[in-house]
Design a protein around this ligand. Structure first.
Ligand code: PSU
Ligand code: MN
Length: 313
């Protein structure tokens, strides 16, 4: 299946910015960035500054950023300044998972894309490397709510390398790791044999494979391609530096409160993750936000270095 053939196939095809199109054509490094973290994962007005900062970090590391969102019914890969501002500032921006893309395009709607929608659109337009904060996964209390992020199933059949600080620690991390194994999604610890814990440098869970450099990640990607078989994501789990992690005791206490508040207020579905992230930010006096941002910055920079190693073939 050609991943690039659809990019100019009618009004529902993703629109690439000129910069991203040129970079892809010239085999220069490109890094996909999601927009849900901007629109729904970070407080305004800081979110716009962060969005711009993340794009700047990709550029400083020698790659082209491709922030992905849906605007007025058009999927966009690579946003200009005004488009990025809309994503960050427009309170009507919806949260779009992969399954929401078709209805959003048909309705002419606008929304930020989650990991699942971003990875899908990125792969469709020929991108291979994607950076975010923490993946969605299996929520605590799954046996009652069946709340498992669509991120996991989509990544299980999409050939993207995803750089993240593990999965969000608001989740059931061991259950999520188990699901990733069942779904056949590869996990590499970057400079660590422990799975990162999003706000925390370590979740305490082991990972089976450790890599130490962008070149090693690119080599695993080459081996993936040489083996062939069905597409599946490769997760590069990059811990937040220990000096920048959230204090683990504070994390555990405030997270327990956040989960209780979520249950009490009956928050469900797509609202759960933004609710918990916001609760943590407010009740740690912003410390969780700083840890989240430190993680994302590291991931974006590493993704650009991996993209550089990948295109240097
Ligand atoms: N990483 C962050 N902040 C976020 C997210 C990731 O640091 O807000 C977003 C991603 O878009 C991810 C989504 O796909 O949270 C998961 O939402 P849900 O659990 O509803 O699938
Ligand atoms: Mn969910």
């Amino acid at each position: 299946m050609s991943l690039t053939a659809r990019s100019d196939a009618g009004p529902y095809a993703p629109a690439l910015s000129a910069e991203v199109r040129d970079a892809l054509a010239a085999h220069r490094p490109v890094v996909a960035l999601e927009s849900t973290i901007i629109a729904h994962g970070l407080p305004r007005p800081r979110n716009l500054r962060v969005a711009e900062e993340l794009e700047g970090l990709v550029r400083s590391a020698g790659a082209v950023p491709a922030t992905i969102a849906v605007l007025d019914g058009r999927a966009r890969v690579g946003l200009d300044k005004a488009e990025l501002e809309r994503v960050a500032e427009d309170p009507a921006m919806r949260k779009l998972g992969h399954r929401d893309l078709a209805p959003a395009l048909a309705a002419g709607a606008s929304g930020a894309t989650t990991v699942s929608a971003t990875a899908f659109l990125a792969a469709r337009t020929g991108l291979r490397i994607f950076a975010t904060g923490g993946l969605g996964g299996v929520h605590r209390g799954w046996t009652e709510t069946q709340d498992e992020s669509a991120d996991l199933r989509l990544l299980a059949r999409t050939g993207m390398t995803v750089v993240c600080a593990g999965v969000k620690s608001i989740l059931d991390v061991p259950a999520t790791l188990q699901r990733l194994e069942t779904l056949g999604v590869g996990v590499l610890g970057y400079g660590t044999d422990r799975f990162p814990g999003f706000y925390l440098s370590s979740s305490g869970e082991p990972v089976d494979w450790t890599v130490e450099s962008p070149e090693e990640v690119a080599e695993v990607m080459r081996a993936q391609d040489a083996l062939g078989g069905p597409d599946a994501a490769l997760i590069v789990a990059n811990p937040v530096p220990r000096a920048r992690q959230l204090d683990p005791a504070l994390h555990d206490r405030v997270l327990a409160e956040a989960l209780a508040a979520c249950r009490e207020r009956g928050v469900v579905g797509q609202a759960v993750t933004p609710f918990l992230l916001d609760h943590l930010t407010r009740h740690t006096k912003g410390a969780s936000l700083e840890a989240n941002l430190a993680a994302v910055r590291g991931n974006v920079t590493l993704a650009a270095r991996i993209a550089t190693a990948w295109t240097a073939r």
